[in-house]
Design a protein around this ligand. Structure first.
Ligand SMILES: N[C@@H](CCC(=O)N[C@@H](CS)C(=O)NCC(=O)O)C(=O)O
Length: 249
């Protein structure tokens, strides 16, 4: 086992896991929540079998994978199968991974710090997701009749300053810090995904948010993040419409 906090990438060999005990992750090629779990698995050095469910920008997650439907009443990915345990919801999965495979730790040690880390998870997954949803049409093919598209763009333009406000809050939280909750933690994974998704969808620039930009670069350089980001960008090149202001400077 590596010492706590150490990056264990590339993952431990699948041979270390007896036949049939390798975890399975049902994931989506451009699923924010599935990719969040993949980063956690890579950070923990845990090998897994990745099962990418069908997804297109025109039909979404259809047809649904039958295993996902059987395990998750919401029919959503990510779904993790570890032995006889089947789980859904990225946050539940991250907390299980921490309990079952504690090293390297992805949550702080004290109850207060652990709770703060979980609040950042909510901030990324729910608070930032609310305005982000208004940008999601941008990876879909533009229809011939642009009326509906233009209406969505009006909403997106209203959501962008909300996201910029969240960037400002994060920038304040990161003043003088390398990570959101002391050492690197699950908080950084969840919030990174929301910031990355915002940039991927042509959301606000990081200019002027120096602490946030430095944190974003610091995480992007971690092998686990770099691997997952490159997989998402490769999936976008195949599946998604190009977004005009993606990753704007
Ligand atoms: N709160 C859930 C959200 C999962 C979620 O929204 N998954 C999306 C992909 S990112 C999905 O499967 N959508 C298909 C659907 O809702 O039918 C989590 O954290 O796992």
């Amino acid at each position: 086992m590596p010492p706590p906090g150490r990056i264990t990438f590339p993952p431990r060999s699948a041979d270390e896991f007896p036949k049939g005990t390798l975890m399975k992750l049902y994931s989506g090629p451009v699923s924010l929540f599935s990719r969040k779990v993949e980063i956690a698995l890579h950070e923990k050095g845990l090998p897994f079998e990745q099962i990418l469910v069908p997804f297109t920008q025109t039909n979404g997650y259809s047809p649904k994978n039958p295993d996902v439907l059987a395990i998750n009443p919401k029919g959503q990915v990510p779904v993790l199968v570890d032995g006889d345990l089947s789980l859904y919801d990225s946050t539940v999965i991250l907390e299980y991974l921490e309990d079952a495979y504690p090293e390297p730790a992805l949550y702080p040690k004290t109850p207060a710090e652990r709770a703060r880390s979980r609040l950042f998870d909510v901030f990324g997954d729910e608070i930032m997701l609310a305005p982000l949803r208004f940008l999601m049409h941008r990876t879909e093919p533009k229809p011939d009749d642009l009326t509906g598209w233009e209406a969505k763009e009006l909403k997106a333009r209203e959501a962008e300053p909300v996201l910029a406000g969240h960037f400002a809050e994060l920038d304040r939280a990161l003043q003088g810090k390398d990570y959101l909750c002391g050492a690197f933690s699950a908080a950084d994974i969840a919030v990174f995904m929301a910031v990355f998704w915002s940039r991927r969808l042509g959301g606000p620039s990081l200019r002027g948010y120096d602490a946030l930009a430095a944190w974003y670069a610091r995480l992007s350089a971690r092998p686990a993040f770099a691997k997952v980001v490159s997989e998402i960008l490769a999936a976008d090149a195949e599946l998604s419409a190009p977004v005009e202001e993606a990753f704007r400077e």
